[in-house]
Each structure stands twice: as structure tokens, then as C-alpha cells.
Design a protein around this ligand. Structure first.
Ligand code: UDP
Ligand code: MG
Length: 318
């Protein structure tokens, strides 16, 4: 039989948790009743340094039902690190994990098909949104541009898949060897390999509260995803360098020829605009390279990726 741990990151979700925790528990007991998972399967909340009553609610839930457990991060570190903390804590505690957001946007009933796919031999099952009707036009447009940009940059991701996925313990164990601090889970999991498949579901609106992903954070995530997993931007700079060098070479030939023919080069405007263009491209290129150096700097420090400060009772350290 299969032991499941559902991993749920939570940041300032006091409005949402009382509603969705019941839905998660219903789903878990339904799966247990159907004999698909063992009775000691659990719902693990990862409190990501919330500033509201989220952790109190999690502790209360853990007291009320043995299927609930929680770990608390020592401060807010962002969604990706919260999911990672839950995943790493679950290594060797269960046969499979399913990570899902706590706001009720992801359809919990897709878990049935995920578990079936696991029983058919898949070790990674991606939850993929079949449509985005409930998203605003802006969110839909920005998210789709994000996936296209990632794939153009050579980062392998599953289109319209966020962080709703099933992982087997074998995958988790291999994944725990990926020790980088700049994490972008949906780009890293495909690198682990193993047999995988996708399960489609419709994404709902948040049951309460507001999104924690404003445009600024989305752009940050996109930039992190690209620079953590691809060096294509540096290649583009090299290509750009070649093109500009070639164009300048043609320019030099042209000015020598015109000078030999006795025509003096007219105007400074064209010269200045070329200098500005090249200056701009250089600054941009240095910025891109700087971004990579920043990443190397952060990686060399090898700081912990998450710090767990508290655990609910009965859910002790391994
Ligand atoms: N989240 C988190 N830490 C953060 C921000 C968000 O753990 O710093 C959690 C949040 O509680 C939710 C999930 O990550 O369970 C996704 O966040 P949200 O729903 O705000 O993002 P969206 O669905 O709008 O992209
Ligand atoms: Mg959400």
C-alpha cells in the first residue's frame, strides 16, 4: 500500500485554511476509504513565516486530527523554498508526495488520477491546467509569455504546470542531491528524469484572500527560472557581439573606401548614435552577465535553503 504526504505551503492564509483544510481532509479520508493509500497518510502544512494566525490554525488542526501535521519555517522564504522544505522533510517518510497550493485553486480531485498514474508506474505526475478561464486576461497573458520565454531559453518545463505534482520517494531521494540554493522546482524536476506523465484539471478561483504573486514577483520568478537553468542569455550576447562586430567591420570598410574616393564622412549624428547603441548593448550585456555572477555568489555561500523552527506535536524530526 502507498503512504501519501500532501505538502501544502501556506503564507498568510488564515482566511483560506479553515475552508480548504476540510476539503483536503475529506479527500484524504476518501482516498484512504477507497484503499488507495494507507491510513497513516498525512497532510503536511508548511508555514512560510506567516505574519497572521496561520501557524496557530495549523497547530489547532494537528490537535484535532492525526492526519494533519505542520512544520514552520523560521521566516518567510517564498513559495518555492516552502515547497522544498516540505518535500525534503518528506523524503523517506512516505512512498509518494503531492504538492498543492492551499488556496483551493488546484482541483483536489485530480489527485485520484495522479495516484492511478503512479500505480501504473509513473514516478512524476504533473498537474496541468487545461484552461485558464478563471484567470484575468493579464494573468493569462503574462503566464503564457512566461512559459514561452522559458522554453525559448532552453528551460524544459511542462506547459501550464505550476507546482501541483506527485513525486515518488525514489524521485525525491534523487532530487535531494540537487543542492543549489536558487530553486525553480518546475524546471528542476524534469531534470531528475524517471517515467512521468501529466494529469489535466481546471483551475478555480482562490476560495478567499489574495494572490501573493504580483507582477514584480512573477518577473522575479521568471528571471530566476531562466538564469538558474539556462545559459542561453549569455549565448545571445555572444551572438550579438558577433553581429555588431561584423556590422562595424563593414562600416570600417565603407569609411575607408569613401575616404579613398575623396568623400569626407558627413555628420556626427550617425557616429554618436552608433556609440550610444553599442554603449547600451554593452551595459545590458554586463547586466546579464552580472546576474549570473550574482547567482554564482549566492551558490558559493551554500546557505541553508530553509530552516525549520517548529513542528506540530507527533510530527517529530527524523
Ligand atoms: N506562498 C508561500 N510563500 C510565499 C508566497 C506564497 O508559501 O511567500 C504559498 C501560498 O500560501 C499559496 C501558494 O504559495 O499556497 C501559491 O501562492 P498564491 O496563491 O498567492 O499564488 P498564485 O496562485 O496567485 O500564483
Ligand atoms: Mg493561488
Amino acid at each position: 500500500m502507498t503512504k501519501l504526504i500532501i505538502i501544502i505551503p501556506c503564507y498568510n492564509e488564515e482566511e483560506v485554511l479553515p475552508i480548504t483544510s476540510k476539503l483536503f481532509l475529506n479527500k484524504l479520508t476518501q482516498l484512504i476509504g477507497q484503499g488507495k493509500i494507507t491510513d497513516d497518510s498525512q497532510i503536511l502544512f508548511v508555514n512560510d513565516g506567516s505574519k497572521d494566525r496561520t501557524w496557530d490554525i495549523i497547530c489547532q488542526l494537528a490537535k484535532e486530527d492525526k492526519h494533519f501535521a505542520g512544520i514552520c519555517q523560521s521566516r518567510n522564504r517564498g513559495h518555492q523554498n516552502a515547497v522544498l522544505a516540505g518535500l525534503m522533510d518528506a523524503v523517506d517518510r512516505c512512498d509518494i508526495t503531492i504538492s498543492i497550493d492551499c488556496d483551493g485553486q488546484d482541483d483536489i480531485h485530480a489527485m485520484d488520477s495522479m495516484i492511478e498514474a503512479y500505480q501504473d508506474g509513473c514516478e512524476v505526475v504533473y498537474g496541468v491546467r487545461s484552461k485558464r478561464d478563471t484567470d484575468t486576461f493579464f494573468k493569462r497573458f503574462s503566464a503564457q509569455s512566461f512559459y514561452k520565454l522559458l522554453s525559448w531559453m532552453g528551460v524544459e518545463t511542462v506547459y501550464n504546470h505550476a507546482d501541483y505534482r506527485l513525486l515518488s520517494n525514489r524521485v525525491l531521494r534523487e532530487f535531494s542531491k540537487f543542492e543549489e540554493v536558487n530553486i525553480f522546482l518546475r524546471g528542476m524536476i524534469p531534470l531528475v528524469g524517471f517515467k512521468s506523465t501529466s494529469v489535466y484539471y481546471e483551475r478555480n478561483e482562490r476560495v478567499a484572500g489574495e494572490s501573493h504573486y504580483p507582477l514584480r514577483k512573477m518577473l522575479g520568478l521568471a528571471l530566476d527560472g531562466i538564469t538558474s537553468l539556462s545559459i542561453k542569455p549569455i549565448r545571445i550576447i555572444i551572438g550579438l557581439g558577433f553581429i555588431i562586430a561584423f556590422a562595424s567591420f563593414l562600416g570600417v570598410v565603407w569609411s575607408v573606401v569613401t575616404a579613398l574616393m575623396g568623400n569626407t564622412v558627413a555628420g556626427w549624428a550617425s557616429t554618436v548614435s552608433i556609440v550610444c547603441l553599442v554603449g547600451g548593448i554593452q551595459l545590458l550585456s554586463i547586466g546579464v552577465i552580472g546576474e549570473y555572477i550574482g547567482k554564482i555568489y549566492l551558490e558559493t555561500k551554500r546557505r541553508p535553503r530553509y530552516i525549520i523552527s517548529e513542528r506540530t506535536k507527533e510530527y517529530e524530526e527524523k
